[in-house]
Ligand binder design. Structure first.
Ligand SMILES: NC(=O)c1ccc[n+]([C@@H]2O[C@H](COP(=O)([O-])OP(=O)(O)OC[C@H]3O[C@@H](n4cnc5c(N)ncnc54)[C@H](OP(=O)(O)O)[C@@H]3O)[C@@H](O)[C@H]2O)c1
Length: 355
């Protein structure tokens, strides 16, 4: 990553330009920097620069033709799903099924690590008024993804047990809150007492430290499953919230309950997965892929934040110039919750209003 000067974008039809106040740091920025699993050069993004960053809070400064719902001065957050808006998938099935679906700030040149961002109007959502710029910028990508994983794709029901890998991380802190809100019980997997404390602070009570388990052997997985049952009164997880991939997937399939679901949206530790498929078919489990969120998922989840039912979890705020350090911190998995960078906001604590 390096600082570059590029022209301020002008909105085309249906687009909006936003003055970015703060930008959330996400794991997709780590993939961009590593050039894995897809190098930016293979994404054929069109310009000779790439502005990373898929979360933002800001103020609308310019709208293109045909934009009726937003005007300059509106305070907004955004979601990062782009689609054509005109095909049958966009207008009846799900924009995630659109042939032109892309993740803004990852698969296109423009993102939120810049003073001005250009987005499709459908990506905008109202900023929760009582939140600061940095809190508002922190949750979009991870909360909206977790919402779709648990509800739209995973069909989570009250009373179910949810195993949450990386429970103190970006996705995990929202999975805990959403599961509790839905009347389900999260079993949180962490790797330190400090991370366990983050989960407790969000209302979780059932916590497993993965460092005490060898997840590479069948016997280790069996013991891990037994540890979960000890916590749940003998029940297996009805839904497993997966994003770690290679190092956990076999365990996820194994410990999932009969007829349960493993919902996966990522593969931090590797995407070639090896697992014993007998536990899948004999016990009639389902593996479900899930990718980000559509506008409906995002709007519903954003409303939960506006209503105070889900809260952002920001552990560190970086100045704009330190975004590369913020991305490296994210890659280390040492952080809790979300990291944020200030862009247009002069200092932390600004942007919150009582009404
Ligand atoms: N498809 C999508 O739309 C989408 C959206 C968001 C994120 N993702 C992907 O999901 C993944 C997680 O994102 P995030 O924002 O939650 O990242 P994060 O904030 O870095 O959290 C990831 C968590 O994974 C856990 N972890 C790391 N290595 C592990 C291992 N070997 N075994 C078990 N747990 C391990 C860590 O928790 P402990 O060390 O405490 O166990 C860490 O807190 C990334 O790969 C990201 O690209 C995909």
């Amino acid at each position: 990553m390096r600082l570059e000067t590029v022209a301020v974008p002008r909105p085309k039809d249906g687009e909006v330009v936003v003055a970015v106040m703060a930008a959330g740091i996400n794991y997709n920025g780590v993939w961009v920097c590593r050039g894995e699993p897809v190098s930016l050069s293979r994404l054929k993004t069109g310009h000779d620069f790439h502005i990373t960053g898929s979360d933002a809070s800001g103020i609308v400064v310019d709208v293109g033709r045909g934009v009726a719902r937003w005007k300059p001065g509106d305070e907004v957050v955004l979601h990062c799903n782009m689609s054509c808006g005109q095909c049958a998938a966009c207008n009846g099935r799900d924009p995630l099924a659109c042939d032109h679906q892309k993740i803004w700030g990852y698969e296109v040149n423009y993102g939120s690590f810049a003073p001005y961002a250009v987005v499709q109007a459908q990506q905008l959502l109202p900023k929760p008024t009582r939140l600061t710029w940095e809190a508002s910028a922190s949750y979009g990508l991870c909360l909206f993804t977790a919402y779709r994983m648990l509800f739209t794709r995973g069909q989570l029901q009250p009373g179910e047990i949810v195993l949450v890998w990386g429970a103190s991380g970006g996705l995990g802190v929202f999975a805990i809150q959403l599961a509790l809100m839905a009347g389900a019980t999260p079993v949180c997997v962490v790797s330190s007492p400090e991370k366990a404390e983050v989960c407790r602070s969000l209302g979780a009570t059932l916590i497993v430290d993965r460092r005490h388990h060898d997840l590479t052997s069948h016997e280790g997985r069996r013991r891990f499953g037994a540890a979960i049952r000890d916590l749940t009164g003998g029940r297996d997880p009805d839904l497993v919230f997966e994003h770690v991939g290679q190092q956990t997937f076999a365990t996820s399939v194994f410990v999932c309950s009969k007829f349960g679901r493993v919902v996966i949206c990522g593969a931090t530790t590797g995407y070639d997965l090896n697992f014993d498929v007998r536990y899948l078919w004999m016990r009639q489990k389902t593996i479900i892929g899930s990718h980000f969120a559509n506008s409906w998922d995002a709007a519903r989840a954003n409303q939960l934040v506006a209503d105070g039912r889900v809260r952002p979890v920001v552990s560190r705020v970086f100045p704009f110039e330190e975004i590369p350090l913020a991305q490296a911190t994210q890659a280390s998995s040492a952080h809790a919750g979300k990291l944020v960078a200030l862009v247009g906001a002069e200092r932390p604590g600004l942007g919150a209003r009582s009404s």
